[in-house]
Write a protein that binds this ligand. Structure first.
Ligand code: MV4
Length: 491
Protein backbone atom coordinates (compact mmCIF):
# COMPACT_ATOMS: atom_id res chain seq x y z
CA UNK A 1 0.00 0.00 0.00
CA UNK A 2 1.30 3.41 -0.99
CA UNK A 3 0.65 6.34 1.32
CA UNK A 4 1.42 8.87 -1.40
CA UNK A 5 2.69 8.69 -4.98
CA UNK A 6 4.96 11.70 -4.66
CA UNK A 7 6.23 13.83 -1.78
CA UNK A 8 8.10 17.15 -1.75
CA UNK A 9 10.81 17.72 0.83
CA UNK A 10 10.89 21.39 1.80
CA UNK A 11 14.38 21.24 3.27
CA UNK A 12 18.04 20.61 2.50
CA UNK A 13 21.06 18.72 3.81
CA UNK A 14 21.03 15.59 5.90
CA UNK A 15 17.36 15.82 6.92
CA UNK A 16 16.16 16.11 3.33
CA UNK A 17 18.10 12.95 2.53
CA UNK A 18 16.78 11.23 5.67
CA UNK A 19 13.19 11.86 4.56
CA UNK A 20 13.95 10.74 0.99
CA UNK A 21 15.40 7.50 2.30
CA UNK A 22 12.09 6.71 3.99
CA UNK A 23 10.25 7.62 0.78
CA UNK A 24 12.39 5.32 -1.31
CA UNK A 25 11.64 2.42 1.03
CA UNK A 26 7.94 3.30 0.81
CA UNK A 27 8.00 3.56 -3.03
CA UNK A 28 7.13 7.25 -2.87
CA UNK A 29 8.72 9.47 -5.50
CA UNK A 30 10.62 12.44 -4.11
CA UNK A 31 10.80 16.08 -5.14
CA UNK A 32 13.71 18.17 -3.90
CA UNK A 33 13.92 21.94 -3.85
CA UNK A 34 17.22 23.79 -3.94
CA UNK A 35 18.52 27.31 -3.67
CA UNK A 36 21.29 28.98 -5.66
CA UNK A 37 23.72 27.84 -2.95
CA UNK A 38 22.65 24.18 -3.18
CA UNK A 39 22.94 23.39 -6.89
CA UNK A 40 25.56 20.73 -6.13
CA UNK A 41 24.06 19.47 -2.88
CA UNK A 42 23.57 15.78 -2.25
CA UNK A 43 19.84 16.07 -1.50
CA UNK A 44 19.32 17.31 -5.05
CA UNK A 45 21.10 14.30 -6.51
CA UNK A 46 19.25 11.87 -4.25
CA UNK A 47 15.76 13.06 -5.23
CA UNK A 48 13.82 11.73 -8.22
CA UNK A 49 13.14 15.32 -9.31
CA UNK A 50 14.57 18.65 -8.21
CA UNK A 51 13.33 22.20 -8.67
CA UNK A 52 15.19 25.44 -8.22
CA UNK A 53 13.39 27.42 -5.51
CA UNK A 54 15.26 30.72 -5.37
CA UNK A 55 18.23 32.66 -4.12
CA UNK A 56 20.56 31.48 -1.38
CA UNK A 57 18.97 33.53 1.38
CA UNK A 58 16.41 31.33 3.18
CA UNK A 59 13.68 33.97 2.86
CA UNK A 60 14.04 33.68 -0.92
CA UNK A 61 14.16 29.88 -1.01
CA UNK A 62 13.49 27.39 1.80
CA UNK A 63 11.12 29.82 3.53
CA UNK A 64 9.26 30.89 0.39
CA UNK A 65 5.88 29.28 1.07
CA UNK A 66 4.08 30.28 -2.11
CA UNK A 67 6.91 29.20 -4.36
CA UNK A 68 7.24 25.85 -2.56
CA UNK A 69 3.50 25.19 -2.93
CA UNK A 70 3.72 26.11 -6.61
CA UNK A 71 6.46 23.53 -7.07
CA UNK A 72 4.41 20.92 -5.19
CA UNK A 73 1.51 21.50 -7.56
CA UNK A 74 3.62 21.69 -10.70
CA UNK A 75 5.40 18.43 -9.82
CA UNK A 76 2.25 16.65 -8.68
CA UNK A 77 3.48 16.12 -5.11
CA UNK A 78 0.54 15.33 -2.84
CA UNK A 79 2.39 15.93 0.41
CA UNK A 80 5.17 18.13 1.83
CA UNK A 81 7.59 17.08 4.55
CA UNK A 82 9.16 20.18 6.13
CA UNK A 83 12.07 18.46 7.94
CA UNK A 84 13.20 20.56 10.90
CA UNK A 85 13.91 24.30 10.98
CA UNK A 86 12.72 26.46 8.09
CA UNK A 87 8.93 25.95 7.77
CA UNK A 88 8.60 22.97 10.12
CA UNK A 89 6.88 24.87 12.94
CA UNK A 90 5.25 27.59 10.90
CA UNK A 91 1.50 27.19 11.40
CA UNK A 92 0.78 29.55 8.50
CA UNK A 93 2.56 27.18 6.16
CA UNK A 94 0.72 24.14 7.57
CA UNK A 95 -2.56 26.04 7.09
CA UNK A 96 -1.62 27.15 3.60
CA UNK A 97 -0.91 23.52 2.65
CA UNK A 98 -4.32 22.50 3.98
CA UNK A 99 -6.05 25.33 2.10
CA UNK A 100 -4.26 24.38 -1.11
CA UNK A 101 -5.06 20.68 -0.80
CA UNK A 102 -1.50 19.49 -0.16
CA UNK A 103 -0.87 17.25 2.87
CA UNK A 104 1.49 18.78 5.42
CA UNK A 105 3.46 16.02 7.13
CA UNK A 106 3.13 17.26 10.68
CA UNK A 107 0.58 18.18 13.31
CA UNK A 108 -2.61 20.19 12.70
CA UNK A 109 -1.89 23.89 12.17
CA UNK A 110 -3.89 24.81 15.26
CA UNK A 111 -1.67 22.60 17.42
CA UNK A 112 1.47 24.14 15.93
CA UNK A 113 0.04 27.59 16.62
CA UNK A 114 -0.95 26.78 20.19
CA UNK A 115 2.49 25.33 20.97
CA UNK A 116 4.21 28.37 19.47
CA UNK A 117 3.09 30.41 22.45
CA UNK A 118 5.08 29.56 25.56
CA UNK A 119 2.51 31.24 27.79
CA UNK A 120 -0.44 29.64 26.04
CA UNK A 121 1.01 26.13 25.99
CA UNK A 122 2.14 26.39 29.61
CA UNK A 123 -1.35 27.49 30.62
CA UNK A 124 -2.89 24.62 28.64
CA UNK A 125 -0.63 22.11 30.39
CA UNK A 126 -1.20 23.59 33.83
CA UNK A 127 -4.93 23.05 33.26
CA UNK A 128 -4.29 19.52 32.01
CA UNK A 129 -2.51 18.67 35.26
CA UNK A 130 1.01 18.51 33.81
CA UNK A 131 3.66 19.94 36.19
CA UNK A 132 4.89 23.40 35.17
CA UNK A 133 7.29 25.76 36.94
CA UNK A 134 5.73 28.34 39.27
CA UNK A 135 5.52 31.84 37.82
CA UNK A 136 3.19 34.33 36.21
CA UNK A 137 0.13 32.60 34.73
CA UNK A 138 0.02 34.89 31.72
CA UNK A 139 2.24 37.69 30.46
CA UNK A 140 3.63 40.32 32.82
CA UNK A 141 1.00 43.02 33.25
CA UNK A 142 3.05 45.49 35.31
CA UNK A 143 6.42 45.75 37.04
CA UNK A 144 4.67 45.76 40.42
CA UNK A 145 2.85 42.58 39.54
CA UNK A 146 6.15 41.01 38.41
CA UNK A 147 7.87 42.06 41.68
CA UNK A 148 5.10 40.49 43.70
CA UNK A 149 5.20 37.18 41.86
CA UNK A 150 9.01 37.01 41.85
CA UNK A 151 9.01 37.57 45.62
CA UNK A 152 6.43 34.81 46.04
CA UNK A 153 8.31 32.17 44.04
CA UNK A 154 11.70 33.35 45.26
CA UNK A 155 14.84 34.37 43.36
CA UNK A 156 16.48 33.46 41.07
CA UNK A 157 13.75 33.84 38.47
CA UNK A 158 13.94 33.82 34.71
CA UNK A 159 12.24 36.19 32.26
CA UNK A 160 11.28 34.53 28.97
CA UNK A 161 9.67 35.69 25.75
CA UNK A 162 6.33 34.00 25.06
CA UNK A 163 7.07 33.78 21.35
CA UNK A 164 10.69 32.88 22.10
CA UNK A 165 12.97 30.10 21.05
CA UNK A 166 16.65 29.34 21.26
CA UNK A 167 17.01 31.26 24.48
CA UNK A 168 16.37 34.59 22.73
CA UNK A 169 15.15 37.23 25.16
CA UNK A 170 15.82 34.98 28.16
CA UNK A 171 17.15 36.81 31.25
CA UNK A 172 18.11 35.33 34.59
CA UNK A 173 17.34 37.60 37.55
CA UNK A 174 19.04 37.05 40.89
CA UNK A 175 17.41 39.80 42.93
CA UNK A 176 14.70 42.44 42.82
CA UNK A 177 17.18 45.21 41.95
CA UNK A 178 17.71 43.93 38.41
CA UNK A 179 14.17 42.67 37.75
CA UNK A 180 12.83 45.76 36.04
CA UNK A 181 15.71 46.17 33.60
CA UNK A 182 15.61 42.44 32.79
CA UNK A 183 11.93 42.71 31.94
CA UNK A 184 12.28 45.79 29.76
CA UNK A 185 15.36 44.30 28.08
CA UNK A 186 13.60 41.03 27.41
CA UNK A 187 10.54 42.85 26.05
CA UNK A 188 12.68 44.88 23.67
CA UNK A 189 14.53 41.81 22.36
CA UNK A 190 11.28 39.83 22.03
CA UNK A 191 9.65 42.68 20.13
CA UNK A 192 12.45 42.97 17.60
CA UNK A 193 13.07 39.21 17.22
CA UNK A 194 9.46 37.95 17.16
CA UNK A 195 7.30 41.06 16.77
CA UNK A 196 5.71 40.17 20.10
CA UNK A 197 6.91 41.82 23.31
CA UNK A 198 5.00 39.48 25.65
CA UNK A 199 7.26 38.09 28.38
CA UNK A 200 6.63 36.01 31.50
CA UNK A 201 8.45 35.04 34.68
CA UNK A 202 9.08 31.64 36.22
CA UNK A 203 11.30 30.08 38.86
CA UNK A 204 14.86 29.60 37.53
CA UNK A 205 16.44 26.19 38.01
CA UNK A 206 20.19 26.59 38.33
CA UNK A 207 21.52 23.37 36.78
CA UNK A 208 18.62 21.32 35.46
CA UNK A 209 18.71 18.46 32.99
CA UNK A 210 16.91 18.71 29.70
CA UNK A 211 14.94 15.50 29.17
CA UNK A 212 12.46 15.08 26.35
CA UNK A 213 9.97 12.39 25.38
CA UNK A 214 9.26 11.38 21.81
CA UNK A 215 5.58 10.88 21.02
CA UNK A 216 3.67 9.63 18.00
CA UNK A 217 -0.04 10.25 17.64
CA UNK A 218 -2.35 9.39 14.76
CA UNK A 219 -5.37 11.36 13.61
CA UNK A 220 -7.78 8.94 15.30
CA UNK A 221 -6.86 9.57 18.92
CA UNK A 222 -4.18 6.88 19.38
CA UNK A 223 -0.88 7.96 20.90
CA UNK A 224 2.29 6.28 22.15
CA UNK A 225 5.53 7.56 23.58
CA UNK A 226 8.89 6.30 22.37
CA UNK A 227 10.80 6.95 25.58
CA UNK A 228 13.19 9.64 26.60
CA UNK A 229 16.25 11.46 25.38
CA UNK A 230 18.81 13.37 27.40
CA UNK A 231 19.76 16.61 25.64
CA UNK A 232 21.58 18.53 28.34
CA UNK A 233 24.88 19.12 26.55
CA UNK A 234 24.35 22.30 24.60
CA UNK A 235 26.25 25.37 23.56
CA UNK A 236 24.33 28.62 23.14
CA UNK A 237 21.04 26.67 23.16
CA UNK A 238 22.18 24.43 20.34
CA UNK A 239 22.38 20.78 21.27
CA UNK A 240 25.74 19.10 20.72
CA UNK A 241 25.20 15.60 22.09
CA UNK A 242 22.03 13.68 22.81
CA UNK A 243 21.51 10.21 24.15
CA UNK A 244 18.64 7.80 24.54
CA UNK A 245 17.58 6.80 27.07
CA UNK A 246 18.52 9.43 29.68
CA UNK A 247 21.30 8.08 31.95
CA UNK A 248 19.31 9.03 35.06
CA UNK A 249 16.01 7.48 34.04
CA UNK A 250 14.43 4.92 36.38
CA UNK A 251 11.29 2.88 35.67
CA UNK A 252 9.41 4.92 38.25
CA UNK A 253 10.47 8.32 36.84
CA UNK A 254 9.82 7.13 33.29
CA UNK A 255 6.31 6.10 34.30
CA UNK A 256 5.60 9.58 35.69
CA UNK A 257 7.23 11.54 32.87
CA UNK A 258 5.81 9.49 30.00
CA UNK A 259 2.31 9.83 31.46
CA UNK A 260 2.79 13.60 31.54
CA UNK A 261 4.12 13.56 27.95
CA UNK A 262 1.07 11.67 26.73
CA UNK A 263 -1.19 14.05 28.62
CA UNK A 264 0.52 16.91 26.75
CA UNK A 265 -0.19 15.17 23.44
CA UNK A 266 -3.79 14.58 24.37
CA UNK A 267 -4.42 18.09 25.70
CA UNK A 268 -3.03 19.65 22.52
CA UNK A 269 -5.01 17.38 20.17
CA UNK A 270 -1.67 16.22 18.84
CA UNK A 271 -1.10 14.21 15.71
CA UNK A 272 2.11 13.07 13.98
CA UNK A 273 5.59 13.04 15.60
CA UNK A 274 6.49 15.47 18.34
CA UNK A 275 8.55 15.78 21.46
CA UNK A 276 7.76 17.06 24.88
CA UNK A 277 10.59 18.92 26.62
CA UNK A 278 10.96 18.86 30.37
CA UNK A 279 13.40 20.44 32.77
CA UNK A 280 14.38 17.95 35.46
CA UNK A 281 15.79 18.85 38.86
CA UNK A 282 16.02 16.87 42.11
CA UNK A 283 13.43 14.27 41.17
CA UNK A 284 10.97 16.89 39.91
CA UNK A 285 10.18 17.62 36.28
CA UNK A 286 8.40 20.49 34.60
CA UNK A 287 6.88 20.93 31.15
CA UNK A 288 8.90 23.44 29.10
CA UNK A 289 7.56 23.25 25.58
CA UNK A 290 6.50 20.88 22.86
CA UNK A 291 8.41 20.65 19.61
CA UNK A 292 5.85 20.09 16.90
CA UNK A 293 8.29 18.62 14.41
CA UNK A 294 10.65 15.78 13.67
CA UNK A 295 13.77 16.62 15.65
CA UNK A 296 17.42 16.39 14.68
CA UNK A 297 17.92 13.75 17.36
CA UNK A 298 15.02 11.50 16.29
CA UNK A 299 17.74 9.10 15.13
CA UNK A 300 18.70 7.87 18.59
CA UNK A 301 15.07 7.10 19.40
CA UNK A 302 14.83 5.13 16.16
CA UNK A 303 17.94 3.21 17.13
CA UNK A 304 16.74 2.15 20.60
CA UNK A 305 13.12 1.44 19.62
CA UNK A 306 13.50 0.11 16.07
CA UNK A 307 10.69 2.42 14.91
CA UNK A 308 11.25 4.44 11.73
CA UNK A 309 9.81 7.78 12.80
CA UNK A 310 9.76 9.28 9.32
CA UNK A 311 7.79 6.36 7.89
CA UNK A 312 5.40 6.69 10.79
CA UNK A 313 5.02 10.41 10.11
CA UNK A 314 4.16 9.74 6.49
CA UNK A 315 1.67 6.97 7.35
CA UNK A 316 -0.02 9.18 9.94
CA UNK A 317 -0.21 12.10 7.49
CA UNK A 318 -1.90 9.75 5.01
CA UNK A 319 -4.60 9.13 7.61
CA UNK A 320 -3.42 5.70 8.76
CA UNK A 321 -3.89 4.48 12.31
CA UNK A 322 -0.86 3.50 14.40
CA UNK A 323 -0.23 -0.21 13.90
CA UNK A 324 1.25 -0.76 17.36
CA UNK A 325 0.45 0.08 20.95
CA UNK A 326 2.52 1.11 23.93
CA UNK A 327 2.89 -2.49 25.10
CA UNK A 328 4.53 -3.39 21.78
CA UNK A 329 7.38 -0.94 22.39
CA UNK A 330 10.55 -1.44 24.39
CA UNK A 331 14.06 -0.06 24.66
CA UNK A 332 17.02 -1.97 23.33
CA UNK A 333 20.44 -0.76 24.45
CA UNK A 334 21.74 2.80 24.42
CA UNK A 335 22.35 5.32 21.64
CA UNK A 336 24.41 8.52 21.50
CA UNK A 337 24.36 11.20 18.83
CA UNK A 338 27.17 13.67 18.13
CA UNK A 339 26.21 16.64 16.00
CA UNK A 340 29.13 17.45 13.73
CA UNK A 341 29.15 21.15 12.95
CA UNK A 342 31.45 23.03 10.59
CA UNK A 343 32.64 25.25 13.44
CA UNK A 344 35.80 25.92 15.41
CA UNK A 345 35.16 24.86 19.02
CA UNK A 346 38.31 26.70 20.08
CA UNK A 347 37.18 29.97 18.54
CA UNK A 348 33.79 30.47 20.15
CA UNK A 349 32.23 28.02 17.66
CA UNK A 350 32.81 30.36 14.73
CA UNK A 351 31.33 28.88 11.58
CA UNK A 352 33.93 27.46 9.18
CA UNK A 353 32.25 26.63 5.87
CA UNK A 354 34.38 25.67 2.88
CA UNK A 355 35.61 22.76 0.83
CA UNK A 356 36.03 19.26 2.22
CA UNK A 357 39.35 18.16 0.77
CA UNK A 358 39.52 14.74 2.38
CA UNK A 359 36.69 12.69 3.82
CA UNK A 360 36.27 9.25 5.33
CA UNK A 361 33.23 8.45 7.39
CA UNK A 362 33.10 5.78 10.08
CA UNK A 363 31.11 2.58 9.90
CA UNK A 364 30.93 -0.91 11.26
CA UNK A 365 28.80 -2.38 14.04
CA UNK A 366 26.34 -0.07 15.77
CA UNK A 367 27.19 3.06 13.79
CA UNK A 368 24.69 5.26 11.98
CA UNK A 369 25.76 8.24 9.88
CA UNK A 370 23.31 10.83 8.59
CA UNK A 371 25.00 13.52 6.56
CA UNK A 372 24.64 15.65 3.48
CA UNK A 373 28.33 16.03 2.75
CA UNK A 374 31.03 14.18 0.83
CA UNK A 375 34.60 14.51 -0.40
CA UNK A 376 35.01 17.57 -2.60
CA UNK A 377 31.77 19.15 -1.42
CA UNK A 378 31.85 22.85 -0.56
CA UNK A 379 29.73 23.71 2.46
CA UNK A 380 27.90 26.95 1.68
CA UNK A 381 28.02 29.73 4.26
CA UNK A 382 24.30 30.48 4.06
CA UNK A 383 22.75 27.85 6.32
CA UNK A 384 23.02 26.02 9.62
CA UNK A 385 26.51 24.69 10.30
CA UNK A 386 25.44 21.14 11.20
CA UNK A 387 26.88 18.90 8.50
CA UNK A 388 26.53 15.39 9.89
CA UNK A 389 25.11 13.33 12.72
CA UNK A 390 27.16 10.46 14.02
CA UNK A 391 25.23 7.97 16.14
CA UNK A 392 26.59 5.01 18.06
CA UNK A 393 24.54 2.20 19.54
CA UNK A 394 25.52 -0.60 21.88
CA UNK A 395 23.80 -2.72 24.48
CA UNK A 396 24.93 -0.57 27.43
CA UNK A 397 25.87 3.11 27.86
CA UNK A 398 29.57 2.44 28.65
CA UNK A 399 29.85 0.33 25.52
CA UNK A 400 28.05 2.94 23.42
CA UNK A 401 30.57 5.56 24.62
CA UNK A 402 33.48 3.29 23.67
CA UNK A 403 31.92 2.68 20.30
CA UNK A 404 31.47 6.43 19.76
CA UNK A 405 35.16 7.00 20.59
CA UNK A 406 36.09 4.34 18.09
CA UNK A 407 33.86 5.86 15.40
CA UNK A 408 35.24 9.38 15.99
CA UNK A 409 38.76 8.01 15.67
CA UNK A 410 37.85 6.61 12.24
CA UNK A 411 36.27 9.85 11.07
CA UNK A 412 38.41 12.06 8.83
CA UNK A 413 37.20 15.47 7.68
CA UNK A 414 39.87 17.76 6.27
CA UNK A 415 39.55 21.27 4.90
CA UNK A 416 37.17 22.66 7.51
CA UNK A 417 37.18 22.89 11.26
CA UNK A 418 34.57 20.78 12.99
CA UNK A 419 33.24 19.96 16.43
CA UNK A 420 34.62 16.41 16.14
CA UNK A 421 37.58 16.99 18.50
CA UNK A 422 35.18 18.47 21.05
CA UNK A 423 33.04 15.35 20.85
CA UNK A 424 36.11 13.23 21.41
CA UNK A 425 37.01 15.27 24.48
CA UNK A 426 33.49 14.92 25.87
CA UNK A 427 33.44 11.16 25.27
CA UNK A 428 36.58 11.00 27.41
CA UNK A 429 35.34 13.35 30.12
CA UNK A 430 34.81 11.67 33.47
CA UNK A 431 31.58 13.49 34.33
CA UNK A 432 30.11 12.52 30.98
CA UNK A 433 31.19 8.92 31.42
CA UNK A 434 29.48 8.91 34.81
CA UNK A 435 26.30 10.34 33.26
CA UNK A 436 26.54 13.61 35.17
CA UNK A 437 25.33 15.94 32.47
CA UNK A 438 23.38 19.15 32.94
CA UNK A 439 22.72 22.35 31.04
CA UNK A 440 25.97 23.98 32.20
CA UNK A 441 28.16 20.98 31.44
CA UNK A 442 30.43 22.66 28.89
CA UNK A 443 31.13 25.70 31.06
CA UNK A 444 32.00 23.60 34.09
CA UNK A 445 33.86 20.60 32.78
CA UNK A 446 37.08 22.14 31.42
CA UNK A 447 36.46 20.50 28.08
CA UNK A 448 38.13 23.35 26.29
CA UNK A 449 41.41 22.94 28.14
CA UNK A 450 41.44 19.30 27.03
CA UNK A 451 40.89 20.53 23.48
CA UNK A 452 43.68 23.09 23.81
CA UNK A 453 45.95 20.26 24.85
CA UNK A 454 44.99 18.19 21.80
CA UNK A 455 45.73 21.20 19.66
CA UNK A 456 49.12 21.98 21.27
CA UNK A 457 50.30 18.39 21.00
CA UNK A 458 49.27 18.23 17.41
CA UNK A 459 50.62 21.58 16.33
CA UNK A 460 54.01 20.29 17.45
CA UNK A 461 53.47 17.16 15.37
CA UNK A 462 52.31 19.21 12.43
CA UNK A 463 55.50 21.27 12.46
CA UNK A 464 57.58 18.17 11.89
CA UNK A 465 55.16 16.84 9.29
CA UNK A 466 54.58 20.18 7.58
CA UNK A 467 56.09 19.10 4.26
CA UNK A 468 53.69 16.26 3.65
CA UNK A 469 50.66 18.42 4.34
CA UNK A 470 51.55 21.48 2.30
CA UNK A 471 49.23 21.23 -0.65
CA UNK A 472 48.94 24.99 -0.90
CA UNK A 473 45.34 24.45 0.11
CA UNK A 474 43.40 25.44 3.15
CA UNK A 475 43.97 22.41 5.31
CA UNK A 476 42.56 22.97 8.77
CA UNK A 477 45.42 22.12 11.05
CA UNK A 478 43.39 21.34 14.08
CA UNK A 479 40.95 18.93 12.50
CA UNK A 480 43.67 17.11 10.67
CA UNK A 481 45.86 17.11 13.70
CA UNK A 482 43.28 15.90 16.11
CA UNK A 483 42.15 13.18 13.75
CA UNK A 484 45.71 11.93 13.54
CA UNK A 485 46.24 12.34 17.23
CA UNK A 486 43.24 10.25 18.00
CA UNK A 487 44.33 7.47 15.74
CA UNK A 488 47.77 7.34 17.29
CA UNK A 489 47.18 7.52 20.98
CA UNK A 490 44.09 7.28 23.05
CA UNK A 491 43.56 9.40 26.15
C1 MV4 B 1 15.10 27.45 31.92
C2 MV4 B 1 16.26 27.11 32.64
C3 MV4 B 1 16.17 27.10 34.00
N1 MV4 B 1 15.01 27.43 34.63
N2 MV4 B 1 13.97 27.78 32.58
C4 MV4 B 1 17.02 27.48 27.58
C5 MV4 B 1 16.32 27.48 26.26
C6 MV4 B 1 14.87 27.42 26.55
N3 MV4 B 1 14.24 26.39 25.76
C7 MV4 B 1 14.75 27.14 27.99
N4 MV4 B 1 16.04 27.25 28.57
C8 MV4 B 1 16.19 27.19 29.91
N5 MV4 B 1 15.07 27.48 30.59
C9 MV4 B 1 13.96 27.77 33.91
N6 MV4 B 1 12.82 28.10 34.53
C10 MV4 B 1 17.40 26.80 31.94
C11 MV4 B 1 17.38 26.85 30.56
C12 MV4 B 1 18.61 26.54 29.91
C13 MV4 B 1 18.77 25.37 29.20
C14 MV4 B 1 17.74 24.47 29.02
C15 MV4 B 1 17.91 23.31 28.33
C16 MV4 B 1 19.15 23.02 27.79
C17 MV4 B 1 20.19 23.90 27.92
C18 MV4 B 1 20.02 25.08 28.62
C19 MV4 B 1 21.10 25.96 28.76
C20 MV4 B 1 20.92 27.12 29.46
C21 MV4 B 1 19.67 27.42 30.03
Amino acid sequence: MKYFEKLLIANRGEIAIRVMRACRELDIETVAIYSDADKNALHVKYADEAFHVGEAHPSKSYLNMERILDIAKKSGAEAIHPGYGFLAENYRFAKLCLDEGVTFVGPRWKTIKAMGSKIGSKQMMREAGVPVLPGTEGGISSIDDARKIAAEIGYPVIVKASAGGGGIGMQIVNDEKTLEEAITGSQRIAKSAFGDATVFIEKYLVKPRHIEFQVLADEHGNAVHLYDRECSIQRRHQKLIEEAPSPIMTPELRERMSKAALRVAEASDYSNAGSVEFLYNQDNFYFMEMNTRLQVEHTITEIITGVDLVKQQIAIAAGESLTFEQKDLSIRGHAIECRINAEDPLNNFAADPGKIVRYRSPGGPGIRMDSGIHMGYTIPPNYDSMIAKLCAWDSTRPEAIKRMRRAISEYIILGIKTTLPLHYAIMNNQAFVEGNTHTHFLQEEHIFSTLERYKRDEEARMQTLAGSFDQGKKVAAITAAVNMYMQQKKE
